[in-house]
Design a protein around this ligand. Structure first.
Ligand code: 5AD
Ligand code: FES
Length: 360
């Protein structure tokens, strides 16, 4: 079958074979990618609407016990100045999100599993719920934790959890991480989170060394099979102070294009999930996040982190908005989203239709 027929078949809702997905992911620049993005956008319009939701991102600390070989805040990187916000700082950023009708916040940090951290997060989540009369949704993006910890944080009021699988190929996963990082442990955390009642988010990096289009197709099947409600994916962008600083197999342009194709194909297959247009897209092009929305994504994560900490929270090189503050990012993103004819779901949690269906 030619590209057009495969696209039409998947658009109409046929259950995809792996080679359908690899064909779509190999769309040629120009007419083929344009038609792929526009079909994905039509599916988004039908299932989600021409609407983006905000999740205010608070990068609460960069102290990390892990040593992922691609990540700028890995434990072995001695060139990062480490920070950890205090509770009042987190609460005041959440208050900004609440007053500006963001609907929800994401607390993200380097991975820590100590008791102090567990209790600190529990308190911070409770405070955020209190100051917003329970209205602000809370997503956590705090890595692998024990069942007990996930349970406590859920009881405190967090209702979504983002934990990327990074790649569904165990061998690539092994190459990305030191030997004590365990692919199976990551997968069991995803199961636990789902079982405990969190809305589950996962995702991958795109354009990794050794990653083929078959791997990316498998990533999409992985998203489907773990029944996740949201997906956050972005291009792999080397960080200069990491072992993978020179390992990007693709040029920034090709990497951006492949990431956009991955968003579009994921939208075509999964239809009613939330898909983030990630900041990493904007690191590769000033309009990368708008492109993500036009390829089928529907979630934007404006940065709420105090400007003074932003330079210390660089997971990859070229992260945008390091000198901006929360208001600047809000106005900037609002303008960007409205410039492509979309509205923002202010004051709404923006749960995915997929999650709402699952509850019925
Ligand atoms: N390039 C792109 N994404 C990265 N992340 C970490 N380091 C990089 C990098 N160099 C992503 C990972 C992680 C998320 C918080 O940030 O996918 O799960
Ligand atoms: Fe931060 Fe544009 S998103 S200034």
């Amino acid at each position: 079958m030619d590209f057009k027929s495969i696209l039409e078949k998947i658009y109409r809702g046929a259950s995809p074979e792996k080679n359908d997905l690899t064909s779509l992911l190999s769309a040629k620049t120009g007419e083929e990618t344009e038609s792929l993005f526009s079909k994905a956008y039509e599916i988004k319009k039908r299932h989600i609407g021409q609407k983006a939701h905000f999740r205010g991102l608070i990068e609460i600390g960069n102290i990390c016990e892990k040593d992922c070989r691609y990540c700028g805040i890995r434990k072995s990187n001695k060139r990062v100045e480490r920070f950890f916000m205090d509770e009042e700082e987190i609460v005041s950023e959440a208050l900004f999100a609440y007053r500006n009708q963001y609907g929800s916040v994401v607390l993200q940090s380097g991975e820590r599993q100590d008791d102090y951290f567990t209790e600190f997060i529990e308190r911070a989540v409770r405070r955020i719920k209190e100051i917003s009369s329970g209205e602000l949704g809370v997503t956590l993006c705090l890595g692998e934790q024990s069942e007990e910890t996930y349970r406590r944080w859920f009881a405190a009021g967090a209702h979504r959890y983002l934990l990327r699988i990074e790649t569904s190929n165990p061998e690539i996963y092994r190459n990305l991480h030191p030997p004590d990082h365990d692919f199976e442990a990551r997968k069991s955390c995803l199961h636990l989170l789902k079982k405990l009642g969190y809305q589950l988010g996962t995702g991958v990096m795109i354009g990794l060394p050794g990653q083929s289009l078959e791997d990316l197709a498998d990533d999409i099947f992985f998203f489907r099979d773990c029944d996740c409600d949201m997906i956050g994916m972005g291009p792999f962008i080397p960080h200069k102070d990491t072992p993978m600083c020179a390992d990007a197999p693709l040029s920034p342009e090709s990497s951006l294009e492949l990431a956009l194709k991955m968003i579009a194909v994921t939208r075509l297959v999964l239809r009613d999930v939330n898909i983030a247009s990630t900041t990493a897209l904007q690191a590769l092009s000033p309009t990368g996040r708008e492109m993500g929305l036009l390829a089928g994504a529907n979630i934007i994560m404006p940065n709420l982190t105090d400007t003074k900490y932003r330079a210390s929270y660089q997971l990859y090189d070229g992260k945008p908005c390091l000198d901006e503050n929360s208001s600047m990012c809000k106005n900037c993103l609002q303008r960007r989203i409205e410039s492509i004819g979309e509205s923002i779901g202010f004051g709404e949690w923006g749960d995915s239709p997929h999650f709402k269906k699952g509850k019925q």
